[in-house]
Ligand binder design. Structure first.
Ligand code: NAD
Length: 489
């Protein structure tokens, strides 16, 4: 056979490569029909309930409690009793033992938790499996390590626990936010009442199983579910400290409520981060960073790189690469292992995104959305890029909390800093350049709690996270994350 004949003989090369479905099994998690509140180590039958759904299908998943004021008080009383009856005086090494156990059980049951997180929250299984679960376990491991070393962590300051912490978390990283809150509080010797967000209560409720498996003493962690009314009741209750992660609006209301009460407060609020691309950056790498910065977790990320600042000389190039990359993002079933962008968490959030996107079009920005077929049921939004955005537009100022990127340009580093800082928020930022000196100078001038260089959305339990300005105060992660749970002499 001649060379030519051999070539002709080859099978034809397919014109298009499509991914076959690769669904994760939802059978690995067993849900009850109805959940109560977890108070004093027991399930307490709730007085009022509501139904939590799967945002990708709008199908009901389970009935859960809407905590009443009396139930909140009951949970706080259980936490107080557990604090006074042993937990606060337990040796640090004993507390560490429980935290290590929780971390290991989370690792062992990570597949089950990842599936549940994707079912109830809408996030792609690839992210819950590879990000949320490993990081949640890592937080427990990390703070377990500090529990018996507080005297060394804060030398000559005689650290003591505060008492009962009331913790309120959002729906974008339900289990991870739970870990961020519980691990330092328990390591420091406090007891806790935690309220997950109303749309994503299930992983926190399954976590109660982990607490039992770890044989954590009853009442050390109490979990009650419900919407903002339950959160407001927890803020007003007899807790010693409130830790809140959520919107700036609710954060401000909580700050007003607690002013003058002497209760400690930390607030992790919204963001509108600038992701700044200089012309000497590795552009293909930067485009991956842009995509990861804004489309990770459907853009439901407080530190999302939602404002892209591109140096003018590479603008055309970056936008062309970005648009090309967007056409390869797979939007759809959160439980499919190939999915890049899952479902929007709730109808209310979808409507908020739609409203802000409409305002962007009305104000004059140019919209780009790749061709994309969305499932018929459930809440979905196509990954979106806005160009021709002026700084005054709402899409450049307000947190969209969805897969929507606003692109602005700059000529000089000074202009980049000025534009990046021109927002009421100050949670995070990204800088892309090959020059180390430029990274350092930008990091000094950007008013943001977290600044990533040549990467984005990277988290580590040892690294403090938190904001400036309307993004809140207090830090979570690292040694900084222990301080808000301790009193010093
Ligand atoms: P949200 O403020 O509406 O709700 C957050 C939590 O607060 C929920 O559990 C909710 O039930 C509760 N809540 C609502 N009203 C309350 C009240 N009056 N008193 C007490 N609790 C109340 O926010 P959300 O829509 O769930 O979450 C999205 C927001 O969270 C975004 O703005 C995002 O940027 C922010 N967020 C910040 C961080 C961070 O670390 N800075 C992390 C994740 C999310």
């Amino acid at each position: 056979m001649t060379e030519l004949e051999r070539k002709r003989d080859r099978a034809p090369i397919p014109a298009e490569w499509a991914y076959a479905p690769a669904p994760e099994s939802r059978e690995v998690v067993t849900l009850r029909e109805r959940y109560g509140h977890f108070i004093g180590g027991e399930w307490v039958e709730p007085k009022e309930t509501y139904v939590t759904i799967e945002p990708a299908s709008e199908e009901p998943l389970a009935e859960v409690g809407q905590a009443t004021d009396a139930e909140v008080e009951q949970a706080v009383a259980a936490a107080r009793a557990a604090y006074e009856n042993g937990w606060s005086s337990l040796a640090g090494s004993e507390r560490a033992k429980y935290l290590f156990r929780i971390a290991r059980i989370l690792q062992e049951r990570s597949r089950e938790f990842a599936v549940l997180e994707s079912l109830n929250g809408g996030k792609p299984i690839r992210e819950s499996r590879d990000v949320d679960l490993p990081l949640a376990a890592a937080h427990f491991f990390y703070y377990a390590g500090w529990a018996d070393k507080l005297e060394y962590a804060f030398p000559n300051r005689k650290p003591k626990p505060l008492g009962v912490a009331g913790q309120i978390i959002p729906w974008n990283f339900p289990l991870l936010m739970l870990a961020w809150k519980l691990a330092p509080a328990l390591a420091a010797g406090n007891t806790v009442v935690l309220k997950p967000a109303e749309t994503t209560p299930l992983s926190a409720l399954l976590f109660c199983d982990v607490l039992r498996q770890a044989e954590l003493p009853a009442g050390v962690v109490n979990i009650m579910t419900g919407d903002g009314r339950a959160g407001a009741a927890l803020v007003k209750s007899e807790v010693d400290k409130v830790a809140f992660t959520g919107s700036t609006e609710v954060g401000k209301a909580i700050a007003r409520e607690l002013a003058g009460t002497g209760k400690k407060l930390t607030l992790e609020l919204g963001g509108k981060a600038a992701n700044v691309i200089f012309d000497d950056a590795a552009l293909d790498q930067a485009v991956e960073g842009i995509v990861n910065g804004i489309y990770f977790n459907q853009g439901h990320v407080c530190c999302a790189g939602s404002r892209l600042l591109v140096q003018e000389s590479v603008y055309e190039d970056v936008i062309a690469k970005l648009k090309r990359r967007l056409t390869t993002l797979r939007v759809g079933d959160p439980l499919d292992k190939n999915t890049d962008v899952g479902a929007i968490n709730s109808k209310a959030q979808l409507e908020k995104i739609q409203e802000l996107v409409q305002s962007g079009e009305e104000e004059g920005a140019a919209i780009y959305q790749p061709p994309c077929r969305l499932p018929e049921k459930g809440y979905w939004f196509v990954p979106t890029v806005f160009t021709d955005v002026a700084q005054s537009y709402r899409i450049a100022q307000e947190e969209i909390f969805g897969p929507v990127l606003s692109v602005l340009t700059f000529r000089t580093p000074d202009e980049a800093v000025e534009k990046a800082n021109n927002t009421p928020y100050g949670l995070s930022a990204g800088v892309w350049t090959e020059k180390g000196s430029r990274i350092l100078s930008m990091a000094q001038r950007l008013r943001a709690g977290v600044i990533w260089a040549n990467t984005y959305n990277r988290f580590d339990p040892a690294s403090p996270f938190g904001g400036y300005k309307e993004s809140g105060f207090g830090r979570e992660g690292g040694l900084h994350g222990l301080e808000p749970y301790l009193d010093f002499e």
